[in-house]
Design a protein. Sequence first.
Length: 713
Amino acid sequence: MKRILMALACCVGVVTLYAQINRRDVVSRNNPVVKKLDRLSSLTVGNGGFAFTVDATGLQTFPEYYESGVPLGTMSDWGWHSFPNTENYRAEEVLKEFDFGHHSGVKGTYSVENKDDGRSREAASYLRANPHRLHLGCIGYDIPASDTTLVESKGQELDLYEGYMISTFSYGDAGYVTYTWVHPERDIVYAGYMTDSEKPLAVKFRFPYPTGKHTDSGCDWAPHANNRTDIVRQDTSSVLLRRTLDTTTYYVSIRWESPATFSCTANNIFTLTPRQQGLTFSCEYSAVEPATEAPASVVAIEQTKQHWRDYWAQGGIIDFSHCTDPRARELERRAVLSQYLLAVNCAGDTPPQETGLTYNSWFGKYHLEMVWWHQAQFALWGHPELLEHSLDWYFCAAPKAREIARRQGFDGLRWMKMTDPSAEEAPSKVGSFLIWQQPHLIYLAELLRRAECGGGRRILDKYGALVDETAAFMYDFADYDAAHDRYILKGIIPAQETLRAAETVNPPFELSYWHWGMLTALDWQQRRKQPQNSAWQHLVEKLSPLASISLNGNRQSKSDDLYLAAESATDTYSDIRFTSDHPALLGAYGMLPATPQVDKRIMSNTLGWIWDNWNWDKTWGWDYPMVAMTAARLHEPQKAVDALLMDKRTNTYLISGHNYQDQRLRLYLPGNGGLLTALALMCAGWDGCTVRNPGFPDDGTWDVRWEGLLPMP
């Protein structure tokens, strides 16, 4: 009977063996506490499509000081800007013809710069950098930047369970307590402070011009003629500002609830000076002039608290407090903080960028191959509505994806790699040849279907056409090799981006993902009571097997075989190129369930070799969860836990919970999303799994208790 209950719990994502978890305790004991001005310890409040990151004062007092750490961003889904296109660069100028010998016979055009053409190189640079995400403006105390040493933090705590922050600090002889939060539905920052100073600090509003750089806070503080802030109207308790940056316009509405004076002190700089020992104000950012006033702070704080209480009550939770392994405490911290950070940064109207709404990387654009790593966890952790919210952007992007497929000679939708809200494809010598983002739409839609009661009929109807067109491209892209009666994948750069498009044939992860994606698309046709596409079925049956090699030359027993990085990469284990970057071949059985191409013994051998020999200093944050998922499915739970907690730079988690990579990427949200996805699999298992907590050792040290998680496919 106990085994049946355990299997049921694994399948439906509930706990039947333990008392209900005290969710508030689990969340609150992981509140981040900051005790000094530290460039890597900034904290964020937000609502999924808008975020406000602060220093130890509770506001954005020292943006220049934090620039080289985790910057003090004010960013949104809607805030984008382009520099004037004075040279009239066009997308057609970066198209280059390639012939990969596809069966269509068409030489497709890909969005890459032509290095032999100066105009094309310049066009590519402009189109990659424009549009870029905007920093909407800094709100900080009026303290000179040179006075950082005079500010002493007395403690700053982010209340994760209710979504607000308290920051206590001293400046000179005075003490200050700041409260900071963001409205759950509108892009409004609220702040209030109290002080014992007879001359309380003013609050300064600063509005930068964008930098357009690849990776930075997006703040150019130098004067620019094209950067203007105009007062539209003002009264004794509010002001409406209009921001104009070249052709971009947005609005900033500031309201104060205690006596204060608002004034312009310099170009694009304003101050709000209190007339008593305290100040409460709100600041709303919007693409158009706000139609209604911001709710009063006493109303907004209760709305914020209730929003976050609901978030923690409705989703999944894992309690590691009953574990005796000394690392369990850190794993719980990472899990709770990752849940918060992803809800703040990645639950908006569009796919998130890899650094979320904190600062710009890749010009603030998002990468569709990373969507799975950001967003799959929402469905698995009981928040499918947050996944669906951003997945709907694919409907807007479909015309562009259809256009890409057509100019390359294929049917269906070819999803781009790097893009922005307009869905324009950013030119790239790598991104234009990636294909592993293609099945993500099918996978994520399938997660939504599985998470919805009643068989997911609404999800099938809603996303069915997108799934069909996504699969139509996948079918047309696969090439039929008549000599060997099989389908192959070629003309691609795989997820391990060290391989070249012109040389690469049949990378194992992409092959397995093609098989699973096409099989799922066929299943959706059946569920929608439509005829199953016989050509797709033929592809599924005839897709190439995964290529392997024996390092000892013994191919008869295959006992020591290892999977190749691609069928064409026969020197996988002797060329350093193939032991760096993502160990993506493990994704074929980890991210994915076993397809007929996967031999679990060879995959186990491959996991062991990678574990012992991989260049872990050249990896990324989501590689560790990927390894953990593969290890868990191969019934190596100790290795799964060890992968999640491997002591490597790119597997570092800051006090805020952000996954640190290097000096360029001080945070990396795909690592956080991957961690949560791996933990869901390690707890709730996968289809056909009959063991509870299959990713944790059954040795008494990992008594992991959880609620609200769903199994993976």
